[in-house]
Write a protein that binds this ligand. Structure first.
Ligand code: SF4
Ligand code: SF4
Length: 288
């Protein structure tokens, strides 16, 4: 990684001590996705990093740069610029990479962060490291293709779409390579795992163990939100107690994130002082 112009400890998601002092802005430049999670409702934001809500405004990279400036005028405590959908950053790789280039050049003090399903990030990892992208989250819900085949409706690689076990195998192999490569490039890696009762609840610990072996830094077990009309719409949402118990078990393998607020793809502000609603006008104005 080239010269660091920033304090990497000031990421409120990776460092809970910062959550009342430092904030994040998600730049919604990535509308498309290259996989279909059976809990996802694409009318809403990516549940990789969000809770259901109204669809985000989509910005171009240039608009995201203007928006970044406006957000910092209103909320100078923002230390992190991230891309968390509403689809996958690398199903929109051109927009994602250009946004990272623009923010790195114009706001070198910003910590750069991305959240991805890991399918298509691989070829971009060397440039991400050069651009000082320091924090990446990969959502990995299964490390066994039998389990993965129940979670993913399809996986699209270029022009070819896969289903069933083949889809799950492809996604898993890319995810494992991505985590290894991110670590080899000195990037801090968080794993998000969506807890889906009856599907992967007995498997999450295996995910955590495998991720420890690959050198991941942090594990974030999140409750699935049952979106009505999706294949998993009738599965119940796991309780706080179930998620808490899973985190306690998974802590044997990796440090746990316990303060995730399941932010939207256009979230802005401190984690415990969200200003997304307030900034909505500014976001829409930048999209014009
Ligand atoms: Fe939806 Fe995110 Fe899964 Fe894509 S990766 S299908 S946007 S939850
Ligand atoms: Fe941080 Fe969780 Fe919000 Fe992502 S969804 S920005 S990890 S608090």
């Amino acid at each position: 990684m080239s010269e660091i112009h920033k304090d990497l400890n000031k990421h409120p998601c990776f460092n809970p001590a910062m959550k009342g002092q430092a904030g994040r802005v998600h730049l919604p430049v990535a509308p498309n996705c290259n996989i279909k999670c059976n809990y996802c409702d694409r009318k809403y934001d990516c549940v990789n990093e969000s809770r259901p809500g109204v669809t985000s405004t989509i910005l171009t990279p240039e608009q995201a740069l203007v928006y970044m400036g406006k957000v910092l005028e209103k909320e100078p405590r923002i230390t992190v610029a991230g891309i968390a959908g509403p689809g996958d950053p690398f199903a929109n790789a051109e927009a994602t990479m250009e946004t990272m280039r623009l923010i790195n050049k114009n706001y070198p003090q910003m910590i750069l962060c991305l959240a991805s399903n890991g399918l298509a990030i691989g070829p971009y990892i060397p440039e991400l490291a050069e651009l000082n992208v320091s924090h990446v989250t990969v959502t990995i819900n299964a490390v066994d293709p039998e389990v993965g085949a129940k979670i993913y409706g399809w996986v699209r690689d270029g022009k070819v779409a896969y289903q069933g076990r083949q889809a799950a195998e492809l996604l898993l192999s890319r995810q494992l390579e991505a985590v290894k490569s991110l670590k080899a490039h000195g990037i801090t890696v968080k794993i998000n795992s969506i807890l889906i009762p009856g599907i992967n609840d007995r498997h999450i610990l295996k995910v955590a163990e495998t991720m420890r072996e690959l050198g991941a830094d942090l594990f974030n077990c999140m409750a699935m939100f049952p979106n009505v009309g999706t294949p998993f719409g009738t599965i119940r949402e796991p309780s706080k107690e179930e998620v808490g118990a899973m985190r306690t078990e998974a802590e044997k393998f990796l440090p746990q994130m316990r303060h995730c607020t399941r932010c939207r793809a256009d979230a802005v502000g401190l984690l415990d002082q969200d200003r997304t609603e307030e900034m909505r006008g500014c976001l829409s104005a930048c999209a014009q």
